[in-house]
Design a protein around this ligand. Sequence first.
Ligand code: NAD
Length: 374
Amino acid sequence: MSAKHILLLPGDGIGQEVVKEAEKVIAWFNQNRGTQFTTSKAYIGGTAYDKTGTPLPQETLDAAHKADAVLLGAVGGTQWESLDYSLRPERGLLGIRKALGLFANIRPAMCFDALADASSLKRDIIAGLDIVIVRELTGDVYFGTPRGVETLPDGTRKGINTMVYTSPEVHRIARIAFELAEKRNKKVCSVDKANVLECTEMWREEVKKIRDAEYPDIALSNMYVDNAAMQLVRNPKQFDVMVTGNIFGDILSDCAAMLTGSLGMLPSASLGAKDKNGKIPALYEPVHGSAPDIAGKNIANPIATILSFAMMLRYSFDLNKDAESLEKAVTGVLAQGLRTADIMQEGAQKVSTTAMGDAILKTLSDLNKQQKVA
Ligand code: NAD
């Protein structure tokens, strides 16, 4: 593999702590697996505002455009809550997503066996779960016009939002889902409400066109969103990749996330369109925020960020085996009974952020030795 550059954006609060642990993992891969990752850091969020007066400095944007992939911690904190909306840390995050043209959000929902009993669902429904939800990020009722609230002549108020998709928007998100399915179990379920919303009827037809023309080996099914919500909690293991629009994805991905328990375990990726050099803009980040309540205490769970790096290995660098090793190391550490406070269970051993990172590195090294012997 040629040298690849990763931009690290630790951000605020526990973002600083969890990205440090991911940095240790990146160094481990360079030392032990022959990768040639280089890294640099830039400011984003409240920390960027304090240093430069803006939550998204131009240098950060320039560095993000140049990097092969970006790993972000989290942004936000109570000390920045009284700032004007345009200067708040969260604007940095929305700004970088927009600047990189990230239109696809990918959230895996994976259940680690050792944590299956922590789910609100029964163990047999959840154990071994490994699904991915692909959500379109830049269209739909969140951005469609006309929108707004008006008062009618008779004094009643009317609120309007408009669901809009164009066929190119559907095609590009469908391709992301089919490409992911190619690397997994070759099944895509497209979620819509085609029985009542014309916009999503068009979505369903266009997804099928792309499958028929470009991915004939992928099994495509369709499901109405109400049924999909039900199936996610009834029998989530029937899915491999789900693809859906912005609003349905917003709701379904949170539902799927909670199938597996703690916020500290959930990675995500946001991808853009391939440029003329074949590079896909990509930002990887844990689903959780900056957790001001526990920041600076060395107790945050770094696993969501480390698993976000595993997603980077798989989706940006095509290093499937390395991604699998890293996920196996996380599974191994959990099986050894090590837990950060957020996932603590009776009989387990509570460890700090840094100790969790170290344990994952040690397990990676053990797995690496076993693979060499085999
Ligand atoms: P949060 O995700 O930061 O925290 C929610 C709860 O989960 C807290 O009790 C926290 O301690 C716990 N938690 C979160 N991540 C954890 C981890 N890795 N290990 C252990 N416990 C963890 O959400 P919030 O409290 O609603 O928001 C706090 C700040 O984060 C706000 O400023 C918000 O705007 C921001 N935020 C940022 C992002 C992001 O950067 N992507 C996402 C959500 C919220």
